[in-house]
Design a protein around this ligand. Structure first.
Ligand code: DAH
Length: 345
């Protein structure tokens, strides 16, 4: 083997042994670098005759091309190998399930409100909304609770600027809704014709200065009102019993109408329910206040109490939610802890 062939063979071997791009570049320097073996041979050309220079030069060039070809091939091979390793390391398992964002859900009290609206909706009740900042008139006076009436002290009222207050119950919606309804049918009423019955529920937020495990300064109520020419306490019992049994999905739920006092109803009753099964079986639990709408309130609705009569009730959706799901601390509803809330999704 002549010298050039052995240089080429050596180069091929060194390149083959180089396992990293760095090793390969070092190996290249030994042959093609400034003082590499092939470069040294080139320098020796100067002392040759023109003829020899040509021959020798051509031979060296061929060797150089062979070395460069081997170098490039090895560079490519190392780059391919490196890419292979990288691809393996970054491999994606496309069969893995996707990462889902945590799904949202309705608040348990919202679920209850939807349920209440659905059940009363099926009985022909409209749903009305009204302001949380109220006037004294709608919250108290129109509801037959005059200035110095002791019933006002039953409510710990948040007063706000300008003589307004945060509504202490949803009962003002009885007046607001009835007044709107009566306005719509004023001409018919004045002509002595009958007006379509008022049948409405009004769910929403209410406020009182009160805070413990079963009271929150902000809580929910849902008002109900049915006024017509022939609506009796019996209808209240039927409607509310039906509602409770549907809401709690329990046909043998027992209701008790316990005599009570509210300025805006006469007679008035508190409504208690009794579960026959489950952890609360046998206990009486208060769920609503109710009664036959007081003649003064009917008058404030713009109607003649000699002709129009009906019932009203006000219940606590927070309480209903606690009973339905077995929650024992009202504050859990308003703390915003997702560990609690996500259980209702
Ligand atoms: N507004 C009463 C309260 O907050 C509840 C209530 C009682 C509403 C009797 C009514 C009713 O409509 O007829 O305690």
């Amino acid at each position: 083997m002549n010298e050039l062939d052995s240089i080429v063979a050596n180069a091929l071997q060194s390149f083959g042994n180089a396992n990293t791009p760095n090793d390969l570049e070092n190996a290249k320097a030994q042959f093609l670098g400034k003082s590499g073996r092939l470069t040294e041979l080139m320098k020796g050309l100067a002392s040759l005759s023109v003829e020899d220079k040509k021959l020798r030069g051509a031979a060296i060039n061929t060797a150089k091309q062979a070395i460069e070809a081997a170098l490039n091939a090895r560079r490519q091979a190392l780059a391919d190998a490196e890419l292979e390793v990288q691809l393996k390391a970054e491999a994606l398992d496309v069969s893995l399930p996707g990462r889902r964002r945590g799904g949202g859900g309705l608040h348990p009290v919202s679920l209850t409100l939807e349920r209440i609206e659905g059940i009363f909706g099926s009985m022909g009740f409209e749903v009305a909304q009204g302001p949380e900042i109220e006037t004294d008139w709608f919250n108290f006076t129109a509801l037959n609770t005059p200035e110095d009436h002791p019933a006002r002290s039953m409510h710990d009222t948040f007063y706000v600027e300008g003589g307004y207050l945060l509504r202490t119950h949803t009962s003002p919606m009885q007046i607001r809704h009835a007044v709107q309804h009566v306005k719509k049918y004023r001409a018919r009423i004045d002509a002595g014709q009958s007006m379509p019955e008022i049948r409405v529920i009004a769910p929403g937020r209410t406020y009182r200065v009160d805070s413990d495990a079963t009271h929150s300064p902000m809580f929910h109520q849902c008002e109900g009102l049915w006024i017509g020419e022939d609506v009796s306490f019996k209808d209240l019992k039927v409607v509310f019993t039906d509602f409770c049994r549907t809401f709690f999905e329990s046909d043998d739920l027992v209701l008790r109408f316990r005599p009570s006092f509210f300025p805006f109803t006469e007679p008035s009753a508190e409504i208690d329910i009794q579960f026959q099964d489950g952890p609360l079986a046998g206990r009486w639990l208060e769920v609503a206040g109710s009664g036959q709408v007081h003649p003064n309130v009917v008058r404030n609705m713009g109607l003649d109490p000699e002709k129009y009569i009906g019932f009203a009730f006000g219940m606590g959706p927070d309480r209903l939610t606690m009973l339905r799901y077995g929650v024992n601390d009202l504050r859990l509803f308003f703390d915003g802890d997702v560990r609690f809330l996500s259980q209702f999704q």
